[in-house]
Design a binder for this molecule. Structure first.
Ligand code: SF4
Length: 212
């Protein structure tokens, strides 16, 4: 049966929300500064890896002021296992400095401010907007993009376009919850290789069912 993208989004929201834990977070940090730095470090690596590195990093540099003054070689050494550590070290120290110099050492909660920070794109900004500011946020990472493409909510491969298209399909107060439940679904069932279509709770609403 052919459904509209709005029907698919609405139904998958209902099912995934019902089946998922009330609070989903993949990174353990709850402090806004530490969460922001962790999300910057999470590019191209696993959340488990980031969580391991973050505990060492924040024990040494718990605040924006501490990290802004850090020795870059020491920081590189701590975060090395997350990959791309030269760029990440530069970005996280740069972000800490920018917070101190331009935002009174606090994390801004608006998209237009967040994306001015080194290493912060829309995905990272939306994590902060959703989790810390508790405002509508569609967080497009690799898991989210894969699932919404397969389900049939978008044909775009561009993260910003995906964000806009999915945002139009659901009321704003469902955006963040949808981001997190879809992300979890992508990690647990709708795997990049060999998705588990035959045990998938949203199969009925998925335009790609079944992927063999
Ligand atoms: S039916 Fe398969 S492709 Fe569709 S969402 Fe479920 S696991 Fe993913």
């Amino acid at each position: 049966m052919e459904y509209t993208p709005t029907q698919r989004a609405t139904q998958t929201y209902q099912i995934l929300t019902r089946l998922s834990p009330a609070n989903i977070s993949f990174l353990t940090q709850t402090d806004p500064f530490q969460l922001l730095i962790s999300v910057i470090m999470s590019a191209q690596t696993t959340d488990r890896q980031v969580n391991e590195v973050a505990s060492v990093l924040f024990e040494r540099y718990p605040t924006p002021q501490d990290l802004a003054q850090a020795d870059i070689e020491l920081v590189k050494n701590i975060i090395k296992s997350t990959g791309f550590y030269n760029t990440k070290a530069k970005n996280i120290i740069g972000t800490a400095k920018a917070l101190v110099e331009r935002f009174n050492a606090t994390v801004p909660l608006e998209m237009e401010d967040l994306v001015t920070l080194p290493g912060v794109g829309r995905k990272t900004a939306n994590v902060i907007i959703g989790q810390i500011a508790q405002k509508p946020a569609i967080i497009v990472d690799t898991h989210f993009a894969r699932v919404v493409q397969r389900v049939g909510l978008t044909t775009s491969k561009d993260p910003e376009e995906i964000e806009k298209e999915v945002a139009k399909l659901l009321p704003p107060h469902h955006h963040y919850r949808y981001s997190m439940t879809v992300n979890l679904h992508g990690r647990q069932i709708c795997h990049a290789r060999k998705p588990l279509c035959f045990i998938c709770p949203i199969a009925q609403w998925c335009a790609s069912f079944p992927i063999q």
